[in-house]
Design a protein around this ligand. Structure first.
Ligand code: SAH
Length: 232
């Protein structure tokens, strides 16, 4: 029997924030494809592997694939194409194949590219839901992200200070992912509107986790890739 390829959401970083369903899929897998990157210092890092090791998933089933850090999409797509080919082969051999992504695998996740390729090829694939980083961030700060009649928008770092201002005026809570891409606009907004609440999060669920809502701490801060903001 062929097993559908499973896309398992690992959650934001804290190993226990995976679902039971996701954990069971990892435990039953013959092979788990997992993203890794190389830092500027040349060190291989894989947050996904760290999470799985903490969950006692044997390294022997984990197959890291290397994703380039650059924003140039071509190199990443080549890496995904390779994973797709190997996943397809192993699927044909009736292996249980899992592909993992951090947070929720269906939320700003480039792994979706492989999912769509499998669908096009008629290979069954199923996603297992997970906790996205901004939901975990809300819990870190004991922040009620949206309450009562409040609306919320999630944006991927393409926001301008004007847009944030507009949303705030409407009573819409703003969640900014990929914050490093709009650091300048956010800093500008802070200067113009120090009265808003800026909840800033870094590396949620890891030992490097950082949270602040103090403007003084935000002004000098360089926003890394794994950072997000909730503005109310
Ligand atoms: N699929 C992920 C989102 C991937 S997009 C999810 O469901 O959360 C990558 C962006 O997510 C990062 O730029 C950052 O804004 C946010 N992010 C992911 N993990 C994070 C973490 N542990 N702490 C803070 N931000 C995180």
């Amino acid at each position: 029997m062929n097993h559908p390829i499973e896309f398992v959401s690992l959650g934001p970083g804290e190993p226990e924030l995976i679902t039971l369903k996701g954990l069971k899929a990892l435990q039953q897998a013959d092979c788990i494809f997992c993203p890794a990157t190389t830092t500027r210092e040349g060190k291989q890092v894989s947050r996904a592997t760290d999470i799985m090791q903490a969950l006692d998933i044997p390294l022997s089933v984990i197959k890291p694939f290397h994703l380039p850090m650059s924003k140039e999409r071509g190199a990443a797509l080549a890496a995904y194409d390779q994973v797709y080919e190997e996943a397809k082969t192993r699927y044909g051999q009736q292996q249980r194949v899992v592909i993992v992504a951090e947070g929720d695998a269906g939320f700003y996740s480039s792994i979706q590219y492989i999912f769509e390729k499998l669908q096009t090829a008629g290979i069954p694939a199923q996603r297992i839901a997970g906790i996205p980083a901004f939901i975990a961030a809300g819990a870190v700060a004991n922040l009620h992200i949206a309450s009562q009649e409040e609306r919320m928008i999630v944006a991927p770092g393409t926001l301008t200070a004007d847009e944030i201002e507009q949303y705030h005026r409407e009573g819409t809570v703003v969640v900014i992912m990929k914050l490093s891409q709009c650091a300048h606009e956010v800093q500008q907004c802070i200067q113009l509107h120090p009265d808003y609440q800026y909840h800033y999060f870094e590396n949620v669920g890891t030992e490097k986790e950082f949270y602040t809502h103090q403007l003084e701490e935000l002004k000098e801060r360089r926003f890394p890739y794994f950072s997000l903001m909730i503005i109310k």
